[in-house]
Design a protein around this ligand. Structure first.
Ligand code: ZN
Length: 275
């Protein structure tokens, strides 16, 4: 009962923060203040009133059109709002550690805040192929805070340091290497910084490998059809941030289950093959 109530609260907070994500994407693009700038119609610059800013509902009641000029409002708005709300509820439902201490609650809170930052980066990279520092640096800050909380909680400090450095090497170091080798042609420096933030948040080398693997898998599945039919060229600039973010979220919430499942599968395979 308590958890259902908490989920409901998180759903509504997620909707509101999803609305903030949309506003933030637009404000960063137009170099406005993140928190105090007023939202406006991108066509006629009509300043939106509070009743135009109710997540999802305003868009539905206005049938996806501006109240003043009736030009279409992108479905990106309700989609992002619902996605952040869904991310919040799923995070609560599948959070891998118990929320039984202040430290664990803080880790969960940081994860949700990181989710908001990642939603901004996801949309921004998809639209403009850039991961803005104004969001990536706070994300790295959140990651550092999360890693400190994990560090305060561990019994084996040596393994914690190994986990932390391993994560960074996999999710950030590898891209840094590719960046050096290709002189910045294969990956952008933004991916290296994003990878650092994600590595700090995961703070686990196994989850880092999984996130890296999933990012490449999802990227390949999405782009392979277009590449094979020649719809996009191999040299085309493809945003990699969204795939890295998707891989990270799956690894963060389901990673331990996926690794256990994979280990069980491998182990049972060995058992069957052993005469
Ligand atoms: Zn308008």
């Amino acid at each position: 009962m308590e958890k259902t109530y908490f989920a409901l609260v998180l759903f509504f907070v997620g909707l509101c923060l999803g609305s903030f994500v949309n506003a933030a994407v637009w404000r960063i693009k137009h170099k406005k203040d993140l928190l105090i700038a007023r939202s406006e119609c991108t066509h006629c610059h009509y300043k939106l009133e509070w009743y135009d800013l109710i997540p999802v509902l305003s868009w539905v009641f206005l049938r996806g059109k501006c109240r003043k000029c009736h030009k279409p409002i992108s479905p990106q708005y309700p989609l992002v709002e619902l996605s952040v709300a869904a991310f919040f509820v799923c995070s609560l439902a599948f959070w891998p550690i118990s929320l039984d201490s202040v430290n664990h609650l803080l880790q969960f809170g940081i994860w949700l805040m990181a989710g908001v930052a990642l939603a901004i980066l996801f949309v921004y990279d998809l639209r403009w192929l850039i991961l803005p520092d104004r969001v990536v640096f706070p994300l790295i800050g959140l990651g550092a805070a999360s890693a400190i909380l994990v560090g305060l909680d561990v019994r084996n400090p040596g393994y914690f340091v190994f986990n932390l450095l391993g994560s960074i090497a996999i999710l950030s170091g590898f891209y840094f290497l590719l960046y050096i080798i290709s002189k910045g042609k294969w990956v952008g420096f933004g991916d290296i910084k994003l990878g650092l933030g994600l590595a700090l948040l995961l703070c686990n080398w196994q989850l880092a490998i999984l996130a890296f693997f999933l990012a490449n898998l999802i990227g390949t599945l999405v782009f392979a059809p277009a590449l094979s039919t020649g719809k996009i060229k191999r040299t085309a600039h493809i945003p990699f941030g969204p795939f890295l973010i998707a891989g990270f979220v799956i690894a963060g919430l389901f990673g331990h289950d996926i690794i256990d499942w994979y280990m069980a599968l491998t182990y049972s395979g060995i058992m069957i093959n052993t005469p």
